[in-house]
Structure formats: structure tokens, C-alpha cells
Design a binder for this molecule. Structure first.
Ligand SMILES: Cc1cc2nc3c(=O)[nH]c(=O)nc-3n(C[C@H](O)[C@H](O)[C@H](O)COP(=O)(O)O)c2cc1C
Length: 278
């Protein structure tokens, strides 16, 4: 008997005694339905109430990229901010969302939910509400007393606030010149949101988003993290409203998506990683 399930289960719910033919399961209420027991069983012997044979599949190991392929993917993926004005095939966005579903999540809760917006009017409204937020924030931070209060209250580095002001001013000046530095005219937006009462929902969403980003890249789509929209959605309830989300939910990520207009042929060095080894 291999005992793989006894080792793989995060809660060690399986036990196998000397003369047992099958493993025994205890404390089933702790099971998070991660499926490790099924995935690791060489004889497909585990029967689990949440899974049937239909949702357990053999991994095609030949398709798993080696380190060099994964590493090249990491370096080649860039934030894309120039899109063709062509609608994105829903099937491709669905593929990226399916990829996002395989990211880790706290206790396998899979908290992240998704909204895809391809309606131009809704995208335009989101851009407007986000720029409203940027104008308001800029006005607020231009007041030295409010700026100082915010900085003390949030223990923010004054340098950060200075940089934020610089960025927001850049955006506002560009809006005035007719440029969209908030969304860069994408044909689609993909929102990652979750019930805000569940712990680590934000982290789960960020991990899901990164899977989606890499999946989008691998199918020829470009994307960038629309951070201003995420920031605006925290204080501008109109963004939640237009997405038909109640106040129980929070938006934790937003990708602007489209077919890339530019081709990147080179990868650029990053900072050397700051690592401590103990
Ligand atoms: C939390 C977060 C917020 C971001 N917000 C924006 C944004 O609002 N607009 C934008 O153009 N890029 C945004 N980015 C993308 C970064 O600018 C980009 O990842 C960084 O410059 C590195 O470039 P690369 O993604 O091409 O490797 C954001 C990225 C993160 C992680």
C-alpha cells in the first residue's frame, strides 16, 4: 500500500493501520475538497463525496513546460497597453478564467469571482468614474493639511504620496489632451472580485489574476493590471453599482485585455533579487 493519500492530505485525515486494505478517513469536516488524495492515488482508489470520476483527469505530463519554457514565458510577458480595436473572442477570455481557477486559494475556498465587460458604454463609464476619482484624490492631496493628515494616518512614506501626486497629475494632463492613461482603450475588462468578509480574498484574487495574465499571453492576448480602476472602485460605489455588485463584494483586481498592437522581441533585465538565506 502506497499511503500517498495519508501524506498528501493537508489535514492528515487518512490513516492506514497494519492490516487495513483501504485507508480510513477521520474528521471529514476538516476536508477542504482540494482533491490531493485523488490526484496522488496511483490506482484511482479514492472515493470522495465532492468528486466523481468525471472531474478527476490524468495529467498530460508531456504538455508541462520545462523550466526554460516557463522562464521564457515569465520574461516575455509584459503589460500591454496598446490594443487593436477588435472584440476579444469570449472563448479566449474563458480559457484565461479557467486557468485562473487553478491558482492556490486559502483553504481551497476558490473565493475569486469574475466579471467580463465588453460593452463599450460600460467601459466608458468605468473610465469616467475612475478619472473622477483621480481628480478628487488630486484635489484632496493638493491641500497640505489633508495630505499631512493622510500621511500620518496611513503611516505612508511622504515620497509615496509625492509619486502618487505626480502620477495622478500626469493622468489628468493626458485626459485634458484626449489620451486615456487609465484604461488605454481596451476592448475588454476582466474583474476579479470576492466576498470581502472572507479572509485572504484579496490574495486569492491576485494569484488568480496572475494565472489569467500568463494564460492570456500564451493565447496571443495582451493585458495590463488596471490599478487605478481597482483603487477607484474602493471609494467610488458607482463602479460597484454599474457592475451590479452589492456592497458585500470588493474588487481586488482588474485586467484590461485586448489583441496587442505591438510585438515585443526583447526581454529586459530586472533588479537583482534581494534575498536573505538562513
Ligand atoms: C497592483 C498593480 C497596479 C498596476 N496598475 C497599473 C495601472 O493602473 N496602469 C498601468 O498602465 N499599469 C499598471 N500596472 C502594471 C505595472 O506598471 C507593470 O506591471 C510594471 O511596470 C512592470 O511592467 P510589465 O508588467 O510589463 O513587466 C500595475 C501593476 C500592479 C501589480
Amino acid at each position: 500500500m502506497c499511503r500517498n493519500c495519508t501524506y498528501a492530505c493537508p489535514w492528515h485525515l487518512f490513516t492506514i493501520n497494519e492490516n487495513d486494505i483501504f485507508p480510513k478517513i477521520g474528521n471529514q469536516e476538516l476536508c477542504v475538497s482540494c482533491g490531493h488524495c485523488l490526484a496522488v492515488c496511483p490506482t484511482n482508489a479514492i472515493i470522495h463525496k465532492d468528486f466523481s470520476n468525471n472531474n478527476s483527469h490524468a495529467i498530460n505530463k508531456e504538455l508541462i513546460p520545462d523550466f526554460n519554457s516557463v522562464n521564457e514565458l515569465f520574461k516575455a510577458r509584459r503589460s500591454i497597453r496598446n490594443f487593436l480595436s477588435k472584440q476579444v473572442d469570449k472563448k479566449l477570455i474563458k480559457k484565461a478564467i479557467n486557468g485562473a481557477q487553478f491558482s492556490p486559494s486559502t483553504n481551497n475556498l476558490q473565493t475569486t469571482k469574475y466579471i467580463v465587460v465588453q460593452d463599450k458604454e460600460i467601459i466608458d463609464s468605468i473610465r469616467k468614474y475612475t478619472t473622477d476619482y483621480i481628480y478628487r484624490t488630486l484635489k484632496y492631496f493638493k491641500n497640505p493639511i489633508l495630505r499631512k493628515t493622510y500621511q500620518l494616518f496611513t503611516k505612508n512614506d511622504p515620497e509615496n504620496i509625492k509619486n502618487m501626486l505626480r502620477d495622478y497629475e500626469g493622468i489628468v494632463n493626458n485626459i485634458d489632451d484626449g489620451n486615456d492613461l487609465v484604461l488605454h482603450n481596451p476592448p475588454a475588462l476582466l474583474f476579479f472580485y470576492a466576498d470581502k468578509k472572507i479572509g485572504f480574498s484579496d490574495v486569492n484574487a491576485a494569484l488568480a489574476l496572475q494565472n489569467a495574465t500568463l494564460a492570456l499571453f500564451s493565447i496571443g492576448l495582451g493585458s495590463f493590471y488596471a490599478g487605478y480602476v481597482v483603487a477607484a472602485a474602493k471609494s467610488n460605489k458607482r463602479i460597484l453599482k454599474i457592475l451590479k455588485l452589492s456592497k458585500d463584494y470588493e474588487i481586488y483586481g482588474c485586467l484590461a485585455i485586448g489583441y496587442p498592437r505591438l510585438k515585443y522581441d526583447r526581454w529586459i533585465e530586472r533588479k537583482k533579487p534581494d534575498i536573505k538565506w538562513y
